[in-house]
Write a protein that binds this ligand. Structure first.
Ligand code: KIV
Ligand code: ZN
Length: 530
């Protein structure tokens, strides 16, 4: 093993999916996992199997599909660990990832009950034992076990030394040090890793991993400080998505190491040319838009606006460019398809963009491609990504589908909408008025489905260029403090709005159905645990 090699543990499908409002269907997760394999990540954390039947199925499908280490998360509870193993067991390289909370704040908050001990010292002992038992139990299933000390960033260093030593003694081969709340400073976090390396007696039997959140915008800096002090695995996500302000962004840590190889000797095996495709796929499937000024993958990351900069670039690219867009897969020239492009041409471009196609799916996409090509003369990569996204929306199990939409509006008339919705129970049709056509459409849908939801946000943008551009609408609705997202795409913004609203309602419906099928308060127990 090269001592300077950094392992990339991608948690887009687990921590990333915990981003508020992000929700990926099972088929979208599998597609992303295939792209992560192309990107050559070392480990894919595919989900939290015990948390829902859909999570279990996604982890299982991914473990069976890819030739990469696949991790499943579990609390330090036997049923979670067993469920993680059951989901992973037919895969080629299963890793069970289990965790306990180790900071005093977490211990007192989560283990307040006296059965865990009366004093903090007693409770800490209980957590130490839980850690040992959980890792040893996981080890009885697979040799590849990762342990995480949740909120390690705020954990007392003496206790963290004991916990990490115990986890390694029980068989952990990777010990992860998360800065769960994104609280630490790079110098402080780096010192913590150095201290663990110095004080944990059996530390050479495991790889130290870092998992940094971005609450203070320091996740990437902290991850780099971690590796400079002995960590050899970085946990990160595509586009930096994740809980609250997100996780360390994969593209940023990887490119920082690559661009500054004059300064640091560490390297990853990431195929950086696949970064851009991965970023676009995750953004379109998750509905989380990449900010234009985002490092490496934002629309403006390689744009040079001012005259002085443009002039400098024309004379010598290096004046204002520290890396070339091609190294991260940003296309130099845009490939255009059109109505005369054949099925074969479409297929090969989609494969280049990272998609994987079944024969039937290709025919379906090709039909949609021809319809779009009739409306829009030139079809760009972003149009193709949208077509794929649309088809994955349709392939996801959905209970409601828009069958028909008619709107009436004008400067002097009351906006009115009529919708017909295909449901498992048959067609439902209703009309309603509203403050504008979007409001009228949402009111008509609510009336047809006999429901009322609180609209959290409504976002519309053009995702491709030209007058016939495709518009994307992202709708967030909230029920019982849970947010659900829906996306709709069409050249017609009102139709896109109706589709997005219905998709959010479908996610809401699926969530509450799954919740009914699970034992009491299981989901809330889980959301508290992570
Ligand atoms: O942020 C965190 O502490 C986590 C752990 C479960 C690894 O996501
Ligand atoms: Zn996390």
């Amino acid at each position: 093993m090269d001592k300077n090699r950094i392992y990339i543990f991608d948690t887009t499908l687990r921590d990333g999916e915990q981003s508020p409002g992000a929700s990926l269907s099972i088929s979208e997760k599998v597609e992303i996992a295939r792209q992560l394999e192309k990107l050559n990540v070392d480990i894919i954390e595919a989900g939290f199997p015990v948390s829902s039947p859909a999570q279990f199925e996604a982890v299982q499908l991914i473990a069976n599909e890819v030739n990469v280490v696949v991790a499943g998360l579990s609390r330090a509870i036997e049923k979670d660990i067993k469920s993680a193993y059951d989901a992973l067991k037919h895969g080629k390289k299963p890793r069970i990832h289990t965790f306990t909370s180790t900071s005093d704040i977490h211990i007192l908050g989560k283990f307040g009950d006296e059965r865990y001990g009366k004093s903090l010292a007693e409770k800490r002992k209980t957590v130490l034992k839980m850690t040992y038992d959980a890792v040893a139990y996981a080890k009885s299933f697979t040799k590849d076990v990762e342990y995480s000390a949740e909120d390690a960033g705020r954990t007392d260093i003496g206790y963290l030394v004991d916990i990490v030593e115990t986890a390694i003694e029980a068989g952990a081969t990777t010990v992860n040090i998360p800065d769960t709340t994104g609280y630490t400073f790079p110098s402080e976090f780096g010192a913590k890793i150095a201290e663990l390396k110095r004080r944990v007696k059996n530390i050479n039997k495991a790889i130290i991993s870092v998992h940094c959140h971005n609450d203070l915008g320091l996740a990437v800096a902290n991850s780099l400080a971690g590796i400079e002090n002995g960590a050899r695995q970085i946990e990160c996500t595509i586009n930096g998505i994740g809980e609250r302000a997100g996780n360390a962004s994969l593209e940023e840590v990887v490119m920082a190491l690559k661009v500054r190889k004059d300064l640091v000797k560490y390297f990853t095996k990431i195929k950086t040319e696949e970064i851009y495709n991965s970023s676009r796929m995750v953004s379109s499937y998750s509905g989380i838009v990449v900010q234009p000024n985002k490092a490496i993958v934002g629309d403006n990351a390689f744009a040079h606006e001012s005259g002085i900069h443009q002039d400098g670039m024309l004379k010598n690219r290096q004046t204002y460019e520290i890396m070339q867009p091609e190294t991260v897969g940003v296309p130099k020239t845009k490939i255009v398809l059109g109505r005369h492009s054949g099925k074969h041409g479409l297929k090969s471009r989609l494969i280049e963009l990272g998609y994987h196609l079944q024969v039937k799916e290709l025919s379906d996409i090709y039909e949609k491609f021809l319809i779009l090509a009739d409306k829009k003369k030139e079809i760009y990569d972003d149009d193709l990504r949208i077509l794929m996204e649309e088809s994955s929306i349709k392939f996801a199990a959905s209970s409601y589908e828009l069958d028909y939409l008619q709107i009436h509006s004008g400067t002097n008339s009351i906006p009115t909408a009529t919708v017909r919705i295909k449901t498992e129970k048959g067609m439902l049709q209703e009309s309603a008025t509203g403050d504008g056509v979007v409001d009228a459409t949402f009111n008509a849908i609510e009336r047809a489905l006999n429901t009322k939801v609180s609209l959290e946000s409504y976002f519309v943008r053009s995702v491709t260029s030209g007058r016939q551009a495709l518009g994307e609408v992202i709708v967030k609705i909230k029920k019982d403090d849970v947010t659900f997202t829906g996306r709709g795409i069409s050249t017609d913004i009102i139709e896109a709005s109706a589709k997005g609203f219905l998709q959010a309602l479908n996610h809401q419906e699926q969530y509450f159905k799954a919740k009914e099928e699970l034992p009491n308060s299981y989901l809330s127990e889980i959301s508290q645990a992570v």
